[in-house]
Ligand binder design. Structure first.
Ligand code: SF4
Length: 95
């Protein structure tokens, strides 16, 4: 492993996701209102960095919620103030 390689994913990190119990239609919604429960879950999610690194939303044309943001075709969607968590984009670092 080189110094630039990302750390390995801990087993089972997905089960620790704060959104784990939410329906896929919420987590992978393109619509702000429908995605709101997932966006709120991100605020307290302990695996946000893993989520961001694995999904790599900006590089994968991702649609849905990842790391406190709503994405459409790999672009972050502007959020209303009550859902904008002011979360830094970590670039996949564990936070
Ligand atoms: S950061 Fe958000 S979308 Fe990612 S696993 Fe956590 S709650 Fe789910």
């Amino acid at each position: 492993m080189t110094g630039d390689a990302p750390p390995p994913e801990p087993p089972g990190w997905r089960s620790a996701a704060a959104c784990a119990g939410l329906p896929p239609k919420v987590v992978f919604s393109k619509k702000v209102k429908q995605a709101a429960p997932a966006l709120r879950a991100c605020a307290g999610c302990t695996v946000r960095g893993h989520c961001e690194r694995v999904v790599a939303p900006a590089d994968s044309w991702f649609d849905g919620v990842c790391a406190g943001r709503l994405w459409r075709s790999g672009r972050p969607v502007p959020l209303p103030a009550d859902l904008a968590l002011s979360l830094p984009f970590t670039g996949g670092r564990v936070v």
